[in-house]
Design a protein around this ligand. Structure first.
Ligand code: HEM
Ligand SMILES: *[C@@H]1O[C@H](CO)[C@@H](O)[C@H](O)[C@H]1NC(C)=O
Ligand SMILES: *[C@@H]1O[C@H](CO)[C@@H](O)[C@H](O)[C@H]1NC(C)=O
Ligand SMILES: *[C@@H]1O[C@H](CO)[C@@H](O)[C@H](O)[C@H]1NC(C)=O
Length: 356
């Protein structure tokens, strides 16, 4: 154990020993809730029935559909309203839900009104703060997607104080420099930014090209696999809708939309290696995404006052297969020169991806 590790070990141990809060004293034991579930803290018991209600009322009984995708996007747009230098919002505080009349006017929040409108009545029926609600819903929605990691859920955020200001959410028209600067301002490295972008494996666009709502970013939009990292590197040849729109670049497949930001991040020397490392590396992607989301979902929060209620988050179905090139594609269509895993190709003619 090196000196710095030893020092931090001692500090952590002392901190744990001296904080005799209710959270710390019950955390080591497991508790059986009256509803039957096992959890590490009795305070989490009240959340299990809320998870059932959110699954039923928001996610059609547990699907990885549009609401699940949008709940994940919403958690980002809420949390990224934050700066380590201050004055850019309260982070993962639910302000986007409570102050929706302000935050939804921001250009980068285009299309977000669908999910806040769906979430608001469910939020009002539950005894959760807006921050806890938004970030619990994102963890549950993500868990509905096979292949996703089981995200953490920290409980106890206070109500949001004010809306986040404009221009905290990156846009697909932004340069890599601007995107990485914004992530760094919120406390994220370039590697963590790419880890968070794993979310675009369960994503579709409604407003980039309004003539083709629900157009996915990869060919497996209902699975939390690494397919998006592969498909963004394929040579583009077409626009799926009404020609070229702002923030959109050529896509390799009919029915698939490629964001300019994903394209540039996948090829930029500052991020290309992180991007490629995800391809067909399911366990690695899951752990990177899990850790970056754990950080994102408590941005701006006093974590010493939160209780770890991750036990309430459903366990996602696994995805254990190798990913494949979409039909008619192979290594020759990949636009990068670096070493690349050998992958099979789906049989048949080039697909047209169906909207979500
Ligand atoms: C460089 C940063 C990012 C940019 C520029 C970006 C941009 C976009 C855009 C333009 C859309 C489509 C919106 C529409 O037309 O409806 C989208 C969708 C989405 N984004 Fe991002 N995004 C970024 C990072 C993230 C992060 C960090 C997350 C989550 C951790 C995320 C999650 C999603 C999801 C899940 C969707 C799909 C929503 C749905 O299908 O309803 N994005 N993103
Ligand atoms: C915005 O918040 C109000 C309450 O302030 C709520 O009634 C409404 O449904 C919300 N709308 C959207 C689009 O989120
Ligand atoms: C609502 O939640 C708070 C904080 O978790 C808790 O103290 C309170 O007992 C709850 N109220 C009801 C009516 O469940
Ligand atoms: C198609 O795109 C063009 C140029 O971006 C735009 O002016 C036009 O309004 C769009 N058509 C429709 C039907 O949205």
């Amino acid at each position: 154990m090196g000196l710095s590790h030893l020092t931090s070990f001692i500090i952590t141990t002392l901190a744990a020993a001296s904080s005799v809060s209710a959270a710390a004293t019950t955390a080591s034991k497991s508790v059986k809730c009256s509803t039957g579930q096992i959890t590490s803290n009795a305070a989490c018991c009240a959340i299990f029935p809320m998870v059932d209600k959110i699954q039923k009322d928001l996610f059609d009984g547990g699907e990885c559909g549009e609401e699940a995708h949008s709940a994940l996007r919403l958690s980002f747009h809420d949390a990224i309203g934050f700066s380590i230098h201050g004055k850019k919002g309260g982070g993962a505080d639910g302000s986007i839900l409570v102050f929706n009349s302000t935050e939804l006017k921001y250009h980068a929040n285009g299309g977000i009104d669908d999910i806040t409108a769906r979430q608001f009545p469910v939020f009002q029926e539950l005894n959760l703060t807006a921050g806890d609600f938004v970030h619990l819903a994102a963890a549950i929605g993500t868990a509905n997607c096979p292949g996703a990691p089981r995200l953490k859920f920290m409980f106890g955020r206070p109500p949001p104080k004010a809306p986040a200001p404009d221009l905290t959410v990156p846009e697909p028209t932004d340069s890599v420099t601007a995107i990485l600067a914004r992530f760094a301002d919120a406390g994220f490295s370039a590697k963590e930014a790419i880890a968070l972008l794993s979310s675009h494996t369960v994503a579709a666009a409604d407003v980039v090209d309004t003539t083709i709502p629900g157009t996915p970013f990869d060919s497996t939009v209902g699975t939390f696999d690494t397919q998006v990292f592969l498909e963004v590197l394929l040579k583009g040849s077409l626009f799926p809708g009404n020609g070229s729109q702002p923030g959109e670049v050529l896509s390799p497949l009919h029915g698939e939309l490629r964001l300019q930001s994903d394209f540039e991040l996948s090829r930029d020397p500052r991020t290309a290696c992180f991007w490629q490392a995800m391809i067909n590396n399911q366990q690695y992607m899951m752990s990177q995404f899990h850790d970056a989301m754990a950080k994102m979902q408590v941005l701006g929060q006093d974590t010493s006052r939160l209780i770890d209620c991750s036990d309430v988050v459903p366990v996602p179905k696994p995805f254990n297969q190798n990913i494949k090139y979409p039909a008619s594609f192979s290594k020759k269509d990949v636009q990068v020169a670096l070493p690349f895993p050998n992958l099979a190709t789906v049989r048949g003619p080039a697909p047209t991806i169906a909207p979500v």
